[in-house]
Design a protein around this ligand. Structure first.
Ligand SMILES: Nc1ncnc2c1ncn2[C@@H]1O[C@H](COP(=O)(O)OP(=O)(O)O)[C@@H](O)[C@H]1O
Ligand SMILES: [Mg+2]
Length: 143
């Protein structure tokens, strides 16, 4: 389910938000993936969910790098637990919002977010006061 109402962005707990800020470059995608995989491992989530987490953050961080930021702009990855399940957020500097396309068989690109939509119970995006936006995904507590 895609959620475009910024008021429905998941609220992080008062403490316990893990944050990785890197500059926008191709290497940052692996850095974000490893950061998220380590967090899910430390929080004792099972391997199936870690696989989904790695895939989701790869799509979101790739988008932040390719579509949402200039060279050297920051990309911030945040991970935290909520009552509904773990949340991954990727923040970038661009106010431009994601524009997911339906899954079709005849396009090679433009389908990353459609695949994310199939993997998670809810995801969405919201502009943030600091400028730019956050794209977030709520994962099932158990895959
Ligand atoms: N972080 C982002 N900032 C700005 N635009 C984005 C962002 N993420 C996605 N988009 C827009 O949404 C479209 C669909 O994203 P996606 O499904 O990941 O496909 P792809 O990245 O292959 O184009 C992108 O082509 C882009 O126009
Ligand atoms: Mg993409």
């Amino acid at each position: 389910m895609m959620i475009t109402d910024s008021g429905l962005r998941p609220t992080p707990p008062p403490s316990g938000v893990a944050v990785l800020e890197v500059k926008s470059e191709p290497e940052s995608i692996k850095a974000a993936r490893d950061f998220v995989a380590d967090w899910f491992t430390e929080n004792a989530y099972d391997d199936d969910l870690i696989y989904i987490a790695r895939t989701v953050v790869t799509e979101l961080a790739t988008n932040a790098h390719r579509h949402g930021s200039g060279e050297d702009d920051p990309i911030t990855t945040r991970v935290f637990n909520t009552d509904a399940g773990p949340v991954i957020e990727v923040l970038d500097a661009s106010p431009e919002l994601p524009s997911p396309k339906p899954l079709t068989l005849d396009a090679l690109t433009g389908r990353g977010l459609a695949m994310v939509d199939l993997m998670v119970p809810a995801w969405g995006f919201a502009r943030i006061p600091e400028g730019g936006k956050a794209v977030w995904a709520l994962l099932h507590a158990h895959a």
